[in-house]
Write a protein that binds this ligand. Structure first.
Ligand code: ZN
Ligand code: ZN
Length: 269
C-alpha cells in the first residue's frame, strides 16, 4: 500500500485506526513507516494512526484508549449540547483500559461491546449522554440531531432501544421541529410542569413564533446564534408590537435566562 492508500484507509475508518486494523487490511510495517515519513499519516502513540485532519478530540480519545462518544462526539458533529464540552468523553467498551497521556481531560464510559478507536455511532453517543449528562442534555441533543436531518427513523429506534425503559417517553415526546436546543429545553420543562405548548405556530402579521400557550401567550426563545444586532432587535420589537395589537402577550427569553434563571422564566409564564 502507498502512503496515500494508507491515509485513505484511515479516513475510511473514521480518521483513526489501530496498527492491527491497517495490517489486516493489507498494509505492511514498512508501508506504515513510509506513510509516516511522507506525513500522509501521523502516529500519536504506538499502535494508533490518524490523518492530519483528524479532529483533536478523536485523537485524544484514541490516546486515552477508546473512541469519542457522548457530549464530545455530538458537539463535534454540530449537534446542540447543553453545558460544557471542554472534556473529552471516551468509550472504552466493557473492559477497555484507560491509558495515561499528557493533558488528559477525559471522561471514561464503559458499556458492553469491545471498544475501538475513532468515533462511536450517533445513536450510541446519544444513549450515553443520557446516562452521563441527564434527561435535558439528552433530549436537547436528540431533537437537535433530528432537526439537522442526522437521525432517521431507524436511528431514533436504535436510541430508544438502548436507553432504560423508564426514559423512553423522552424519545416519544421528541420531534424534529425544534431549531434550537433552548426550544427543546423549554418544551420539555413546560411539559413536566403540565403546560401544553404548540411549537412553531404561524400568526398573521407576527410570523412564525416558537411557542403558543393556550392560544394567547407567545413564547419566543432567542438562541445564542441569532439574537445579536440592532436590526434583529428592531424586528423583535416590531413582532412584539404586532402580537400585542392582536391581543397576544409576547414573552421573550434568551440562553442565560433559560439556563441560569429558570425560576424567573417559569414564574413569568
Ligand atoms: Zn485521557
Ligand atoms: Zn459522557
Amino acid at each position: 500500500m502507498t502512503p496515500d492508500d494508507i491515509a485513505a484507509a484511515i479516513r475510511h475508518a473514521g480518521g483513526c485506526a489501530r496498527t492491527s486494523t491497517l495490517l489486516n487490511s493489507g498494509a505492511t510495517e514498512e508501508n506504515l513507516l513510509s506513510a509516516r515519513r511522507a506525513e500522509t499519516v501521523l502516529r500519536p502513540r504506538k499502535g494508533i494512526y490518524v490523518v492530519p485532519e483528524t479532529p483533536e478530540p478523536v485523537v485524544e480519545a484514541a490516546l486515552h484508549g477508546g473512541a469519542l462518544t457522548c457530549a464530545s462526539l455530538l458537539y463535534l458533529r454540530g449537534i446542540w449540547v447543553l453545558d460544557g464540552h471542554d472534556d473529552v468523553h471516551v468509550w472504552l467498551g466493557s473492559r477497555g483500559r484507560a491509558r495515561p497521556h499528557d493533558g488528559c481531560r477525559c471522561v471514561a464510559h464503559w458499556s458492553s461491546g469491545s471498544g475501538g478507536v475513532g468515533a462511536v455511532p450517533l445513536h450510541m453517543a446519544l444513549a450515553q449522554i443520557l446516562s452521563c449528562r441527564g434527561d435535558e442534555a439528552f433530549f436537547a441533543a436528540f431533537e437537535s440531531a433530528w432537526n439537522k436531518g442526522m437521525l432517521g427513523a431507524e436511528d431514533r429506534q436504535a436510541v430508544r432501544s438502548r436507553i432504560p425503559a423508564r426514559k423512553r417517553w423522552l424519545v416519544d415526546f421528541a420531534h424534529g421541529e425544534s431549531d434550537s436546543g433552548l426550544e427543546s429545553l423549554v418544551r420539555l420543562r413546560l411539559h413536566l410542569l403540565g403546560i401544553r405548548v404548540e411549537a412553531q405556530v404561524w400568526i398573521d402579521d407576527v410570523g412564525l413564533v416558537d411557542f403558543l400557550i393556550d392560544g394567547c401567550i407567545i413564547l419566543e426563545i432567542d438562541g445564542r446564534e441569532n439574537h445579536d444586532g440592532p436590526s434583529k432587535r428592531h424586528k423583535d420589537l416590531r413582532r412584539d408590537a404586532a402580537a400585542a395589537a392582536r391581543g397576544y402577550t409576547a414573552l421573550r427569553f434568551d440562553y442565560a435566562l433559560v439556563t441560569y434563571d429558570w425560576p424567573v422564566v417559569e414564574a413569568a409564564i
